[in-house]
Design a protein around this ligand. Structure first.
Ligand SMILES: N[C@@H](CCC(=O)N[C@@H](CS)C(=O)NCC(=O)O)C(=O)O
Length: 199
């Protein structure tokens, strides 16, 4: 088994999908969380200057979704067929497109608040409607078993629900999917023991 070291901030953020995959597979890894104050010093030492990164026996992987896809393939959560894998990637990217629209680091609080409100009020309903219809009456988003797309829905919706409680109330099937993911014993154990952070 390679030595895995995940470096990210002390947030769920873009690190959490990776932590879910480690938790689910029970693979040991170093969950290295850096302080914001240390980031300016560390940033120039990180290829591409962004987190998360995952070191795999010293090889540095960047881009959270590339890292997650790599781990998902290793542990059989990437989708059962090439077509299912493409569907998984597509729904993950769709959710990620939305999460990436939020101006997380905007310093002007008024501007930030206005943009967050707009996205949560006007854009989120379209995304939720589309993900809900993609899920339909299936148990999992793609295929007949859980994939990392289900994990990504849970991770991202946790943040969306923190920002706007009740956001998903009109979508009971999406809430039920979230509950199914959270009820997986390894995920339940992780969410219970993980460091508590707002984002
Ligand atoms: N698409 C990249 C985005 C990486 C990214 O923007 N990371 C942020 C934290 S979520 C970061 O490193 N910010 C610090 C900086 O840009 O200096 C990914 O998914 O990994």
């Amino acid at each position: 088994m390679p030595h895995y070291k995940l470096t990210y901030f002390n947030l769920r953020g873009r690190g959490e999908i990776i932590r879910y995959l480690f938790a689910y597979s029970n693979i040991k890894y170093e969950d290295h969380r850096i302080e914001r104050a240390d980031w300016p010093r560390i940033k120039p030492t990180i290829p591409f200057g962004k987190l998360p990164i995952l070191e795999v026996d010293g090889v540095i992987l960047h881009q959270s979704l590339a890292i997650a896809r790599y781990l998902a393939k290793e542990i059989g959560l990437a989708g059962q067929t090439p077509l299912d894998q493409a569907l998984v990637d597509a729904i993950v990217d769709t959710i990620d497109d939305f999460m990436s629209m939020f101006p997380w680091t905007e310093e002007n609080e008024d501007v930030k608040q206005q943009k967050f409100n707009d996205l949560l009020t006007n854009t989120a309903p379209e995304l939720l409607r589309d993900v809900d219809s993609f899920l339909g009456n299936k148990k999992w988003l793609v295929g007949k078993s859980v994939t990392w797309a289900d994990f990504y829905w849970d991770v991202c919706s946790t943040t969306l629900l923190f920002l706007k409680p009740g956001l998903v109330d009109n979508y009971p099937k999406l809430l039920a999917l979230k509950e199914r993911v959270q009820a997986l014993p390894a995920i339940a154990a992780w969410t219970e023991q993980r460091p508590k952070t707002t984002l």
